[in-house]
Design a protein around this ligand. Structure first.
Ligand SMILES: Cc1ncc(COP(=O)(O)O)c(C=O)c1O
Length: 404
């Protein structure tokens, strides 16, 4: 008789966003006349930039002719895209990352879930709490997290680093020494981040303790403050302790197009084993490359026109963020984030739980957000609103909240 991976049985409840979808669907069925505004899931709403569309059209035409047709892409990504990434995301920022340290993928979700498989089963992981749930869940699936305690909603073998208003949402070095440290900065869901000097302390800590940092920079394009690093490789010594994950979803609206990349520096080693070689092997065995058309679209993100157009798109969402933040503040809420990330993190009023506030907001304002507790136990008592809606919907939603 075959056996299943029992670790999957340990995963508690259903995925956060499917629970939200079920609740919203039940509400819509009961109230078909109500106009619901969704500021919950972190999905973009603006169309792809013209430069991206043009590049995709051109690539589609190439695919229609034998002379310019492209089959399987190179496992690790086309040179044209890896060079553009190395040039604009790293060289331009003074980071010593070369094109062959960049692994092109279909997005940061898969990379952030897959990266753990090149590490041994007995590594202790540390995560910020709250955080993007994929880091913990993917480690649960591979049996690295121990026993789940439903009461505290924590795993026995995971080191949680609470990030709350009490510590200004800055993770503190844990008491126990972790082997793998997940940092998501700017953070989903809190929308907050740390300074480059604070990040440098984490790099030093990892190098001294022999830990690896998995650095998820999916929201890098939204950084507006000068003292915040756009890449962990801006910190000295990061090449020997950090892997960086990046996505084209939030900076360029590729949530439905699918493109991302992971940087594994050649200097990153466990004793004398190169993680670069291991990730290359993993990629080569399990991934057949992101589509040519999509990689050409990704290249256009770095063209002068693409960069100009996407700067405007990011500004559009960040205007929404400031509308949400200012509106909630006016209405008496305690709010965080929204300066270096398209997320607003609010303290639920009157000691409501995150899910109580979710229901209340849905019932009375017909606005959908995301309960903070879905991102980890320290998210309880908080709530996330995204700036990824349209300007009009954002304005309307905030008016409704103000009028509650
Ligand atoms: C922190 C973080 N990493 C990764 C992702 C997923 O990115 P992608 O669309 O590239 O898979 C998200 C999506 O919401 C995210 O919030």
């Amino acid at each position: 008789m075959f056996k299943i991976n029992e670790n999957y049985q340990k995963l508690p409840g259903s995925y956060l966003f499917s629970t939200i979808a079920k609740k919203v669907s039940a509400f819509t069925q009961a109230n078909p006349d109500k106009d619901i505004i969704r500021l919950g899931i972190g999905d973009v709403t603006q169309p792809l930039a013209p430069a991206v569309i043009e590049a995709m059209h051109k690539a589609v035409d190439e695919m229609g002719k034998a002379e310019t047709f492209h089959g399987y892409a190179p496992d690790l990504g086309y040179e044209f895209l890896r060079n553009a990434i190395a040039e604009h995301d790293y060289k331009a920022r003074g980071c010593d990352i070369s094109a062959d340290e960049i692994f092109v993928s279909d997005g940061a979700k898969s990379d952030s879930a897959n990266i753990q498989e090149i590490f041994g089963p007995d590594n202790r992981i540390a995560v910020c709490d709250p955080v993007y749930p994929v880091y913990v869940d993917s480690n649960v699936m591979s049996g690295r997290t121990g026993v789940y305690d439903a009461k505290t909603e924590t795993w026995s073998d995971v080191i949680y680093m609470p990030c709350t208003m009490d510590n200004g949402f800055v993770p503190e070095f844990p008491k126990e020494t972790p082997d793998m440290i997940y940092l998501c900065l700017p953070n989903n869901p809190t929308g907050t981040t740390i300074t480059k000097a604070q990040l440098q302390e984490w790099v030093d800590y990892a190098n001294q303790s022999g830990a690896v940092i998995i650095y998820d920079g999916a929201y890098e394009a939204y950084i507006s403050e000068d003292d915040v690093a756009h890449s962990i490789y801006e910190c000295q010594g990061a090449e020997t302790c950090a892997i960086e994950l990046k996505s084209f979803s939030k900076n360029a609206g590729f949530t439905g197009v699918r493109l991302g990349y992971t940087v594994v520096p050649k200097e990153l080693k466990c004793k004398d084993v190169s993680l670069h070689g291991m990730w290359a092997r993993r990629h080569g065995t399990k991934f057949n490359g992101a589509p040519y058309i999509v990689q050409r679209a990704g290249e256009a993100v770095y063209s002068p026109e693409g960069r100009e157009q996407l700067k405007k798109q990011v500004a559009y969402y960040m205007k929404n963020a400031s509308i949400i933040k200012a509106g909630l503040k006016d209405a008496g809420y305690t709010v965080f984030g929204g300066v270096n990330a398209p997320y607003i993190w609010l303290k639920t009023p009157g000691n409501m739980t995150s899910w109580e506030f979710f229901d209340d907001l849905l019932e009375r304002a017909n606005v959908v957000g995301t309960p903070g507790s879905g991102f980890g136990p320290s998210g309880e008592g908080y709530f996330r609103l995204t700036a990824f809606g349209s300007y009009e919907n954002t304005l309307a939603a905030i008016e409704r909240v103000k009028n509650l």
